[in-house]
Design a protein around this ligand. Structure first.
Ligand SMILES: C[S@@+](CC[C@H](N)C(=O)[O-])C[C@H]1O[C@@H](n2cnc3c(N)ncnc32)[C@H](O)[C@@H]1O
Length: 241
């Protein structure tokens, strides 16, 4: 079982471990203390595998969809952490099956100041959250640098986000669809006009794949690889520490 390098100020079974900075609270966390005083994930059994004792973190996890997916890919010895700075979102994530079965530990934390030790994780993922961090280029670099800090040397960072199609025609169609259809229809259905105005604005102004790759490199990552999805409307960036 992987050590959990996460400190919780309160909550059931708060995880042990010394934080390098920041504070957090946990939801759905099991009692992580073992007889030896090392944190471990309750209910797991030993099983030799590639990801033995590794720790994965999904930041900006929202309702925990990606964390749930990750937890299905792991063996029992992998610890999956999921963080978000919104407690209401984490309350929804707490309903996910693998949070209830304690395969995923939830914690409140800001992506820019993770309460985790340096060099402690094997994988950090973020899905559809990066646009929200991108108030300025330097804010984005600094968040990515925080993900870099908590990863072990050789650890992986995976970013899934909307992107900008290279083809001008496809880009125009995509932006037209977002502004003329997604924004008004989603606003009408949800009754939340400002949220979908923000969504449309950030989707249309977000970085293209090469620009985002450059920002990831600026944060300290190497071997950045990009996989474009749906004609470039979205992209997965993978990088190594
Ligand atoms: C669009 S949701 C994405 C949720 C989820 N990753 C998914 O794929 O469904 C963005 C999430 O990022 C969270 N968020 C935004 N800025 C954050 C920050 N600085 N630190 C932590 N969470 C943040 C929001 O609370 C929200 O839950």
């Amino acid at each position: 079982m992987g050590r959990i390098p996460l400190a919780c100020s309160s909550g059931p079974g708060a995880a042990a471990g010394q934080p390098s900075r920041g504070q957090t609270t946990c939801e759905g966390a099991p009692d992580t203390s073992t007889a030896a005083g090392q944190p471990s994930l309750g209910g797991a059994t030993a099983s030799p595998a590639r990801w033995d004792d590794s720790i994965w973190l999904d930041v900006s996890t929202g309702t925990g969809e990606m964390a749930e997916l990750l937890s299905r890919l792991t063996n029992p010895n992998t610890t999956v952490l999921a963080t978000d700075f919104s407690l209401p979102m984490l309350r929804k994530a707490a309903l996910k099956k693998n949070v209830r079965t304690r395969k995923i530990l939830l914690a409140v934390a800001d992506d820019g100041l993770l309460p985790l030790r340096d060099d402690s994780l094997d994988l950090v993922t973020i899905s559809l959250g990066t646009r929200n961090l991108n108030t300025t280029r330097s804010a984005l670099v600094s968040c990515f640098a925080e993900f870099h800090r908590v990863l072990k040397p050789g650890g992986w960072f995976v970013n899934l986000e909307t992107s900008q199609p290279r083809s001008r025609a496809v880009r125009a169609l995509f932006h037209g669809y977002v502004r003329a259809f997604l924004k008004p229809v989603a606003s009408a259905i949800s009754g939340n006009r400002s949220a979908y105005s923000y969504l449309a604005r950030t989707i249309c102004s977000f970085n293209g794949p090469e620009e985002l790759a450059a920002i990831i490199r600026e944060a300290g990552f190497t071997r950045v690889e990009v996989t474009k999805l749906f004609l470039g409307v979205a992209a997965i960036h993978e990088a190594r520490k």
